[in-house]
Design a protein around this ligand. Structure first.
Ligand SMILES: Cc1ncc(COP(=O)(O)O)c(C=O)c1O
Length: 490
């Protein structure tokens, strides 16, 4: 997608995102809503010159000309609901005037200052973040430009503090695309980054009760017990005294909004304490109200030693991320130099944007708003699970949700398998987009994570599109999938 206005948040990752419908003219210009932008030329330049994240380059592309609230406008001049907050980052919606004004005001003073200097936006932001996460737990923050760099530095900090090298992370995870973050990543996106490097990255299977076949009342307890026992066994085989950190997303995001079964995160905390391992929560996607609390761990009552963040911290207005460290780790770095740093650590414009975003989270009562609207989303998705054969499970926490699609509900057969090149999800996401519902998906899950500011009325207006498209999957796709499966059996 192409972004052509300073008020619009960039969309860089086309992974699982909608292509223009076959036959549609991706460059069609509307004189009304494309603000005089030649969308045909913009789309062509993108196709010809942009290397596309996680995708083959040169394919069809939508051009975004304007974004406001939950809405995006594309080359057709139509408005489309952003039901994924782009990459789960525009938590406050688009075109937020206070954030734009804060950036402009800071730019008029100065845009950037070296990390060694104190600036008002950076100092104030650091103090506010520590307060939000709890001064009783955290003391300092290292600022970065995004999620991957945050995880990269969190791992380095953990290794430095413990003097150990190994890092445990889940196969069901995404932690970013830079070397260390990509090797900590569990899903297939790590494979291109491993390339022989990366000693000390160990993967384990975190629980996914639905895909692991658990059902019924005791499912959570059984899934938790099995997962923790397996992990402890694996730690023993690896030598726990060699393990610096366990890094997990408290709610797994890109890999399908997997909510940890009850007791799992406390169990991880206990294992870390037992073996002197640091617990890192990657809150890049879950942070800043997404799951209904400011940080997801606050909803689970489990405090990590390090917490990484990005995306929602400044509503994705300017690249910004960071690592919050415990009081104990902060003390360590009052006696030892930090083995890391970035030119743009604590970039002034980004910190100014983040202060304005934090003001907005507070002043608009975003957490209270999510408490009111999340049940509307939850009730709708629960109904989808009851009414549509193609829905295996829906998962939701706050405004963080996913629909897991299956071809056989009884057998829980995923509609597409892991790492499958089957284009079916792309077709479904494309159909949603064409009807005005923009989101992304991974493997066999569709994400539904709209801006936290979405109103009940907007939810009621947009969610029926998902209902209609799931009905189309039931009718048009499942019979063919079942017939193909039967042919394979015969
Ligand atoms: C949980 C998590 N960690 C890290 C990242 C990487 O963030 P970035 O793309 O800003 O480097 C992402 C990106 O989606 C993420 O979801």
């Amino acid at each position: 997608m192409t972004v052509t206005s300073a008020r619009i948040t960039p969309v860089s990752d086309a992974c699982g995102q909608a292509d223009p419908a076959p036959g549609a003219d991706p460059g069609r210009t509307s004189e009304i809503d494309t603000l005089g932008i030649d969308t045909q030329e913009i789309a062509a330049q993108h196709r010809d010159h942009v290397l596309q994240s996680w995708s083959v380059s040169g394919g069809p592309v939508h051009t975004i000309t304007r974004a406001e609230g939950i809405w995006l406008w594309d080359e057709t001049g139509r408005r489309i609901a952003d039901m994924s907050s782009l990459m789960v980052c525009a938590n406050l919606g688009h075109g937020h005037p206070r954030i734009a004004e804060a950036i402009a005001e800071q730019a008029r003073r100065f845009c950037f200052m070296s990390p060694a200097f104190a600036t008002e936006p950076k100092s104030r932001l650091a103090a506010r973040l520590v307060a939000l996460a709890g001064r009783e737990h955290f003391a300092r923050v290292m600022f970065t430009n995004g999620g991957a760099e945050s995880n990269e530095h969190a791992l380095r900090i953990a290794r430095t503090v413990t003097g150990r090298t190994k890092v445990f992370s889940s196969y069901r995870s995404y932690h970013g695309a830079t070397a260390g973050a990509a090797q900590a990543t569990g899903d297939w996106r790590r494979l291109g980054a491993e390339q022989g490097a990366g000693a000390g990255f160990v993967k384990f299977l975190s629980p996914h009760p639905y895909q692991d076949g658990w059902s019924g009342e005791a499912a959570d307890a059984a899934a938790t017990e099995r997962a923790l026992a397996d992990l402890e066994r694996q730690l023993r085989f690896e030598g726990p005294e060699t393990v610096a950190a366990i890094i997990v997303e408290p709610v797994v995001g890109a890999n399908g909004v997997i909510i940890p079964p009850e007791g799992y995160l406390p169990g991880l905390r206990r294992l870390c304490d037992r073996y002197g391992i640091l617990l890192i929560f990657d809150e890049v996607m879950t942070g800043f109200g997404r799951t209904g609390t400011m940080f997801a761990w606050q909803g689970f009552g489990v405090v990590p030693d390090l917490m990484t963040f990005a995306k929602g911290v400044d509503n994705a207005a300017v690249p910004l991320g960071g690592v919050l460290v415990s009081r104990e780790i902060a003390r360590f770095f009052e006696e030892h130099p930090l083995p890391g740093g970035l030119t743009y650590s604590g970039h002034t414009l980004a910190c100014a944007a983040a202060n304005a975003a934090l003001d907005a989270y507070e002043q608009y009562g975003v957490l209270e708003h999510v408490a009111q609207t999340a049940p509307v989303l939850a009730d709708f998705l629960d109904r989808m699970a009851r009414e549509h054969e193609c829905v295996g499970q829906v998962r939701h926490l706050g405004m963080f949700a996913a629909v897991e699609l299956v071809s056989d509900r009884e057998a829980r057969t995923p509609l597409v398998g892991y790492r499958s090149s089957d284009p079916v999800m792309k077709r479904i996401i494309g159909r949603l987009y064409d009807r005005g519902f923009s989101t992304f998906g991974r493997e066999n899950t569709l994400h539904v994570s709209p801006p936290l500011t979405i109103t009940t009325q907007e939810l009621e207006q947009v969610l029926p599109i998902l209902d209609e498209v799931l009905g189309w999957v039931d009718r048009e796709m499942l019979p063919a999938r079942r017939a193909a499966a039967k042919d394979m059996e015969d």
